[in-house]
Ligand binder design. Structure first.
Ligand SMILES: Nc1ncnc2c1ncn2[C@@H]1O[C@H](COP(=O)(O)OP(=O)(O)OP(=O)(O)O)[C@@H](O)[C@H]1O
Length: 532
């Protein structure tokens, strides 16, 4: 915010502070000719002690409620009296607004006032340039996410430094989570980030393309397993890489984790270890799941036969191939790797997520990949559920708790905040929250983020598609944003029902007409035969 000198002459005055005030909230009487909107921003002058010196500061606040009343017209005024007062033009409506204080900035930092805003203080509409300064960051760290809902001219940036921990994007289905994540991916790409996307619905497979299908982000790869059927064809997506794992590259410990062979089942574990050891000698680097099962069968002990029951599970994991896709293929500077998990069963998708998360964590923990890695997890409640245990949950919890030390940052998307592991959710110190009407989901969001006030939760059902409230370390102050338009093509956009139904009608009509035509031709043929 600008340094304060003299009067705020160029600012538009809209009222005067009235009633009881505190450091975090005040009311103001609105000037008769002014019509501010709810959620709009106001500024007031105040004095605060900063670093031991008293300073003039401009405190920014947001209007959270506007009330209108007429002293002569109470809710008990009978209709005839109301009509008479109206005809006599003595209604004299009064408007007042409630303001939540957002803070004041000093040297780029936001501080909360310690003093109350005194009654009688003038209230001004916050000018666009003041707001632009508050919600922007230096070029190298700013992620341009959208514009203020109440001020379409004011750009809002988030800071990439806010990824000191993790980010959650929370909203009910159709509110615009994937679209917003797409905007964030574009911005992260521009900043040179290494991003991996775990994509169960193929929502991001077109992220390299502009809306008209041109390749605009060259450093994007889409991965798919060999047997995956997927939501889109290879032709739709264009370039596609294969993700596979060579079975003989798995260590016995990995086999135990995947199949659920527990640590305390020492004899079963020993049988598997022995079988793997023998196979490594007999068929180095080229044995399969079937080979392991045959080997255990041939060992013919109680433990080896019990092990088979668990090893059989691996047959359903259709990710084993000739080679293991090196993690280096996914981890590159300024690069987005989209792992298309569409068309795979939950178990297979979970295994791949586990494998990728574990590899990424290992690479960073051991300094093998030198840049921070951002992992976007769509449908995060499927991989990191509150109640069930999945393969990916344990490693995701570890990354949530410790990933920031090694520069692995999660971006979690879910439409069911109440269904995701609550420890992981509370490790997300920034949240992009969009329309949400389910009270249980709202409660889960409330519990996970201290900056989410009751007021804010009440507002969530009122947000439109593509509008978001952003809180946490990625923004200086909580902010309500209309997410900007994407440059890239969406994968999971809602289908246009009206257009698709009229196409269906056309196809049905053409079919009926062709049927009539065939019948007419058949009748004609019969007549010709009879006439002969
Ligand atoms: N900021 C925006 N600007 C324009 N259109 C948007 C915006 N956000 C979302 N939409 C549109 O709204 C629809 C739903 O968006 P999106 O698929 O991102 O929702 P979602 O919350 O991810 O839903 P789901 O949970 O079902 O995946 C899409 O058709 C998308 O194009």
């Amino acid at each position: 915010m600008p340094e304060i000198t003299g009067e705020l002459g160029s600012f538009e005055k809209i009222g005067v502070v009235v009633g009881e005030t505190t450091h975090s909230e005040f009311y103001f009487a609105i000037e008769d000719t002014k019509t501010p909107q709810i959620w709009d921003y106001v500024v007031v002058r105040s004095k605060e002690v900063v670093d031991g010196t008293e300073k003039d500061v401009l405190v920014l606040g947001q209007i959270v409620a506007i009330t209108s009343y007429s002293p002569g017209l109470s809710e008990y005024t009978p209709y005839p009296v109301a009509e008479k007062l109206k005809d006599a033009e003595i209604i004299e409506p009064r408007n007042f607004a409630q303001v939540k204080v957002l803070g004041f900035t000093v040297g780029g930092k936001v501080l909360m006032p310690r003093r109350t805003i005194y009654p009688g203080t003038d209230v001004y509409l916050a000018p666009d340039d003041v707001l632009s300064q508050v919600y922007s960051y230096p070029d190298e760290e700013g992620l341009f996410i959208g514009h203020l809902i109440t001020r379409p001219r004011v750009k809002v940036q988030l800071t990439i430094r806010g990824f000191r921990r993790h980010l959650a994007i929370l909203a009910q289905t159709g509110a615009g989570k994937s679209y917003t994540a797409g905007v964030l991916l574009e911005e992260l790409y521009d900043k040179g980030a290494t991003v991996i996307v775990l994509d169960p619905h193929a929502d991001y497979v077109f992220i390299s393309q502009s809306k008209d299908g041109k390749r605009i982000l060259p450093r994007v790869d889409v991965f798919r397993t060999r047997e995956s059927t997927g939501r889109y064809t290879k032709e739709d997506i264009g370039h596609m890489e294969t993700f596979e794992i060579k079975f003989s590259d798995l260590s016995p410990d990995e086999i135990f984790t995947i199949t659920g062979i527990r640590d305390e089942w020492l004899n079963i574990q020993k049988a598997v270890r022995d079988a793997v050891k023998e196979l490594k000698n007999e068929k180095p680097g080229r044995y399969t799941v079937e080979d392991l099962i045959n080997k255990l069968e041939s060992m013919d002990s109680n433990d080896s036969l019990r092990a088979i029951k668990y090893i059989e599970k691996l047959k359903g994991l259709k990710v084993f191939g000739e080679v293991t896709t090196p993690i280096e293929n996914l981890l590159k500077p300024q690069h987005i790797s989209v792992m298309d998990l569409s068309g795979l069963s939950d178990h297979v998708a979970d295994y791949i997520a586990y494998k990728i998360l574990s590899e990424v964590y290992y690479q960073r923990e051991h300094g093998k990949y030198k840049y921070p890695v951002f992992v976007l997890v769509e449908e995060a409640h499927r991989f990191i559920p509150k109640k069930e245990n999945t393969l990916s949950k344990r490693i995701a919890k570890r990354i949530a708790a410790e990933g920031r030390k090694f520069g692995v940052f999660l971006i979690l998307l879910t439409q069911r905040p109440q269904k995701i592991d609550q420890d992981v959710l509370s490790q997300c110190n920034s949240q992009i929250i969009m329309r949400m009407t389910n009270p249980e989901d709202q409660k889960a969001v409330r519990a996970s983020a201290e900056q989410v006030s009751e007021d804010l939760l009440n507002d969530l059902p009122g947000l439109n598609v593509g509008e978001a409230v952003i809180v946490g370390e990625m923004t200086k102050m909580p902010v309500m944003v209309k997410i900007r338009e994407r440059k890239t093509k969406e994968g999971g956009a809602d289908i246009d029902i009206v257009t698709r139904l009229s196409e269906a009608l056309k196809e049905a009509k053409e079919y009926e007409e062709s049927k009539d035509e065939i019948i007419r031709e058949e009748i004609k043929e019969i007549r010709d035969i009879l006439d002969m």
